[in-house]
Design a binder for this molecule. Sequence first.
Ligand SMILES: [Zn+2]
Length: 395
Amino acid sequence: MIASGAGEDARLHLKTPASVDIFTRILTHGPLGRIDVGRQTGFSQAAVTKTVAPLVAQGIIAVDQQAPAGPSAGRPVHPLHVVPSARVVLGLKVNADEVIGVATGMTATILHSVHRPLRSTSPAEVTEAVAVVAEQLADRLGPAVERLIGVGVSVSGDVDSSAGVVRDSPLLGWRDVDLAHPLTARLGVPVQVENDVRALTVAEHWFGVGRDSASFAVVTIGSGIGCGLYLNGDVVSGAYGVAGELGHLPLASPDALCVCGRYGCVEAVASSAAVLRAVRDSTGDRALGLADAAALARAGVPGAVAAFDRAGSAIGAALAAVANLTGPDTVLVAGEGMQDFELYQPSLRRAFEAHAFGAAAGCRLITRAHTFEDWARGAAAAVIRAAVRQDFSPA
Ligand SMILES: [Zn+2]
């Protein structure tokens, strides 16, 4: 158990769809005056006041007493913002070799982080490691743990977050693993299990590049090639929870075998394991690590340069496919592979420009440095969203 009383008393009690919309706007765009909140959400100032009053009383929303200078000077505006420390959440990311956890406040700013290596990816080992990391983070939080809303866990692969079950994760070698129920029983707080890229997309939607975008995509490069889509006002899950599986679009050469068992997938040439394999094959050095492969490419060794080029081309073609299919105004490229991005970049941009069609080519391609903590922060953002929308699952 993390803390008696955590979870239950930390719920946000947003009772109506209007109050969810109003709170979300203040959380993601505050500080905002009441008039602006009303204008931006389409609700009356009376509705804003009714939603905000109990939250101010509970210390979740604060009213800035200083009238700002500028165009509104002379009329006190009393902007509203969500108090970051009013609630805390934990977010954890399961990798093949370690669990990374962070504690954040309501605006997903990281307060603490913990790493724990995994001896194996067996469900029992991973469940235990996730629980231990969550308990260590709870210890670090001290008395603030009483304001803990819940724990998010993100995993790569096909995740049924409504059931709390990982349906299929090639990275972990899992099929139909129930992560939410054993963790909820052990920790005593709500646990939200999410696909890692979808969780990252939620974080970007509320606290990052997507704050002011109606349609954007997050493409991640690294151990896998992932894609999260936010289109026309919502994060896309698809009918089966599998959407944006960019890594398995058949855009690579048809003889490249993918970890999923199919041929020609983007990941078959563009995952970090595929790049490393290609560099090892070209040099004959089986002991090379990814950092060595990147160093060889930086030094201009042809086989290594070609491996990163091939990966960049496949990723660029995949980015163009996303732009052509969904028309986002922005595509953010992130993921742990960003540390070597300059090696992928020339061929990636070339392939994107060659294949992006018409107006889709106008979409902004932006990049972001990325750490493993960012994945965990995504899991925390998924919890914040579940708490605001009150759709923790499984309930
Ligand atoms: Zn595949």
